[in-house]
Design a protein around this ligand. Sequence first.
Ligand code: HGY
Ligand code: MN
Ligand code: MN
Length: 433
Amino acid sequence: MAVDSVPVGPVRIDSVHVDSVVSLLGDIQRIGVDRVRGGYSRPVFSSAELDLRAWFVGQAERRGLDVETDAVGTIRAWWKPASGSLGDAVLTGSHLDSVPGGGAYDGPLGVVSALVAVDLLRARGVEPVRPLVVAVFPEEEGSRFGVACLGSRVLAGAISVDRALALRDSEGDTFAEVLTRNGHDPRAVRPDTAGLADLHAFVELHVEQGRALVDLDQAVALGSSILGHGRWRLSVEGQGNHAGTTLMRDRRDPMVAAARAVQAVRDLARDTPGARGTVGRLQPVPGGTNVIASRVDLWIDVRHPLDVVTRALVERVRAEAGTIAAEEGCTATLTEESFSATTHFDPVLRERLHRVLPDAPVLDTGAGHDAGVLAAHVPTAMLFVRNPTGISHSPEEYAADGDAEAGAVALADLLEDLLTGESDAPSLPRRTA
Ligand code: HGY
Ligand code: MN
Ligand code: MN
């Protein structure tokens, strides 16, 4: 395991150009800035995310990687070994799309660190015996089409192609239409579980979205599991009307029922140990200041280590929302939009990687990732980088320069072990497709 000095700013090591995470993040720091919310808004296939994609392809091609983009918009940049098959590849990477008003690191840190890891491996003179693929997954946040990890779910067969292509954004455009508009052929969209099963391993680096590494005073950690999580849409129907001419006793105001439902989500989740319940998005129709809404849609994010508890909590929300709606003269319909079971990362791979990074703590996470979806088909691991604020999905998300560079070095260490196969670790379990 080579331990590099941690370069900040591009340097040349033995005639190899080694970028730094800080300089590459600096390249993209003006793309997708959201002047209203603060932070970044980079929905998949928006002009901002397209600019980030183009930037990534340029960086990959500058490194001599062979770049391809599949029908669902997953970019793969290949570092192919001098000889040998393209099978048994090691996958790394993350996503470039963001939540509305998101931070600078959620997604891009994993993509940028993978590019720097390629530089570091080359500067070390590493000769991979198997390919390395740096991937950018589309729509990890589900901010445009409502389903998180949409691209990796399609690849893993975790969502039907028909349902994925029919998903609509807030403008009413389907995923199929947006793919077509961006030069992809929706008819070519299909799962690729065989391709996933052929991978040697997947390691995703991600900024930590909590404070554990701050409290542990460590720069990086390995991941153990991802909390099960799901998204449900609650639609409350009432009677739209005029704010001035409608007496209070005559109202069936879905906004009031929705507000009570938000409180109910908080109360029920707070009363369920280990649960998290969030309403981060609420949309009245038509949404006028002087208009009693006819309908209010709100989206509920519920998470818990035990999927059965998540489901039971959601059923209590459904019952409570129904009661509240009836009391307000409204109706309420709760629809599941996506669900990811609690995922435990591959213990054999994690033990092998822990031998490479013996000081790295092992952390679970409450945040979903493409790694959580692919883990069903590929031996998968995550590498977290310290976030001093512990805040994420916010402009306050942060990674100190030294930690960001240390994360890329740690990723290079892990990839070196996986790419050269010189570890004495037992071989990874092979998955059936
Ligand atoms: O929602 C999540 O946990 C992830 O950031 N998509
Ligand atoms: Mn996120
Ligand atoms: Mn993320």
